[in-house]
Write a protein that binds this ligand. Structure first.
Ligand code: NAP
Length: 474
């Protein structure tokens, strides 16, 4: 398989100050050495994005739209190749990787449609003294930072609206998964994105280099997806030059099964909400709250479905649960489970770290008390702690007992009861009787410490636009 391993700056593929190994977490084998960026390369990327901004911001929206549409088409045509890359560097199974590519490509299609629909306003002021004209302008050079868990979709969810809005950008992918992002640069080039409009750097020292870029006054916007901890640090960094920021941060999603739920449907939804991406999703159901009267049935059926998953390297035939992204991430999962068991969790399935190569962890189901420590942590793996509750009020209180507020899941056969529960839960997104609701056409984002701003939907492009009010004497 042909791999792109150099940095992409000002339309050129360039070497940097060293290389970083990319490891296949299923085997531990190094699959590529990717160029890293020092200060010179990071600043060259800022120079290039700054230089490309005047022309790109004035490019007709229709032209930008057509480039995005072309990128969508190329990505769909190359989805097997991209999915293979994702599986190799991230560890997720091929079917999940294919799903990610389809989702990632849709951001290009959606924002190709949004590029030509930026709204404006023209009206008489209430006092009648002037006309109020409201228009939007691209913010400017944007720094996009993405995590390893969705190496394609987290990039396109930012690149799509940034290009549509007329911004230029520097993408910084996660160190574990740069190959997918580099392939996307190649797609952008072939789709006709002019040189300098999009650049990719992989700093050899992430913190200091990102800080340097965030303190360059030519950089106006930071769009970050990753952990709440790093997001908090970057919000502080961004305060110095009062940058626009959008933050898609961690989650600790509750999955609430009310006593009138259809249990077979709830189990199906739980498998999707928990196990898509091997549990390594900000949207992953992490805390299961199940009504006492249906708890036995739910736990039995859910543990059976979890136990039937085939654990294997992502590209192996029939694999349903792949490796975590690294041994370090896998060990974090194991430590959280061990601490949970030490605090009294009852193990219904899994909870043992396998021997041998590869960052594997088995599907795990625990029944825990509501004060078990695992409930207060984001578990980025195939682990489902279940708490039994007695009343809807108690379920809502438990669901809200977290600093996170990204997404929640509610199962009930009574839609009004489902909506009441959804409205009472503090999260930016709620799925009712569904295991997945992410959609490029819908606003994705969190309450509380899960983030600031929204990606996708009609709101996504506004993360890359300034509002300008022009008061006109007529
Ligand atoms: P992470 O450790 O926060 O890293 C995310 C990105 O930030 C990586 O590119 C990383 O680069 C970079 N980074 C790390 N330290 C930095 C620093 N000091 N300054 C600037 N950048 C820095 O997160 P992760 O482990 O990759 O991803 C998992 C997290 O992402 C989970 O918390 C998950 O919930 C969250 N997530 C949220 C969403 C959402 O939409 N809300 C979606 C997906 C994931 P290096 O790789 O070079 O360290």
């Amino acid at each position: 398989m042909q791999l792109k391993t150099e940095l992409y700056i000002d339309g050129q593929w360039v070497q940097g100050d060293g290389t970083l190994p990319v490891v296949d977490p299923s085997t531990g084998a190094v699959i590529a050495e990717v160029a890293t960026a020092g200060a010179a390369e990071c600043m060259a990327a800022v120079d290039a994005a700054h230089k490309a901004l005047p022309a790109w911001s004035k490019t007709a929206p229709r032209v930008r739209a057509e480039i995005l549409r072309k990128a969508f088409e190329i990505m769909v045509a190359e989805s097997d190749h991209l999915a293979t890359l994702i599986s190799m560097e991230n560890g997720k199974v091929f079917s999940d990787a294919k799903g990610e590519v389809a989702y990632a490509a849709e951001f290009f299609r959606w924002f190709s449609e949004e590029a030509v629909r930026t709204p404006g306003d023209f009206r008489l002021s209430p006092s009648g003294d002037k006309r109020i004209l409201v228009t939007h302008q691209p913010i400017g050079v944007s720094l996009l930072i993405t995590p390893w868990n969705f190496p394609a979709a987290m990039a396109t969810r930012k690149i799509g609206p940034a290009l549509a809005a007329g911004c230029t950008m520097i993408l910084k992918p996660a160190g574990e998964t740069p190959l997918t992002a580099l392939w996307i640069m190649d797609i952008m080039e072939r789709a006709g994105v002019p040189k300098g409009v999009i650049n990719l750097v992989l700093p050899s020292q992430t913190g200091p280099m990102i800080s340097k870029m965030l303190h360059d006054p030519r950089v106006r916007n930071l769009s970050f997806t990753g952990s709440t901890q790093v997001g908090q640090l970057l919000i502080r960094e961004s305060a110095d030059l009062v940058l626009r920021t959008s933050m898609e941060l961690g989650g600790n999603a509750p999955f609430v099964v009310l006593d009138d739920a259809n249990i077979d449907e709830a189990v199906k939804g739980a498998m999707l909400a928990k196990m898509r991406n091997g549990g390594a999703a900000c949207t992953a159901a992490n805390r299961f709250f199940v009504a006492r009267t249906v708890a036995d049935e739910f736990i039995t059926k859910f543990a059976a479905a979890m136990g039937a998953l085939k654990v294997a390297p992502g590209l192996a035939d029939g694999a349903q649960l792949g490796a975590s992204v690294s041994i370090k991430e896998r060990n974090k999962i194991a430590e959280l489970v061990d601490a949970s068991v030490a605090a009294g969790a009852e193990v219904k399935l899994g909870a043992t770290t396998p021997e041998g190569p590869g960052a594997f962890y088995p599907a795990t189901v625990l029944v825990v008390e509501k004060n078990n420590p695992i409930l207060s942590q984001e578990v980025f793996g195939p682990v489902a702690p279940i708490v039994i509750f007695d009343t809807d009020e108690e379920a809502i209180e438990l669901a809200n007992a977290t600093e996170y507020g990204l997404i929640s899941y509610v199962y009930s056969e009574d839609l009004a009861r489902g909506i009441r529960t959804a409205e009472a839960i503090e999260s930016g997104m709620v799925a009712i009787n569904r295991g997945v609701i992410s959609d490029p056409a819908a606003p994705f984002g969190g309450y509380k410490q899960s983030g600031l701003g929204r990606e996708g939907g009609f709101d996504g492009i506004h993360e890359f636009l300034e509002i300008k009010y022009i008061g006109v004497e007529i």
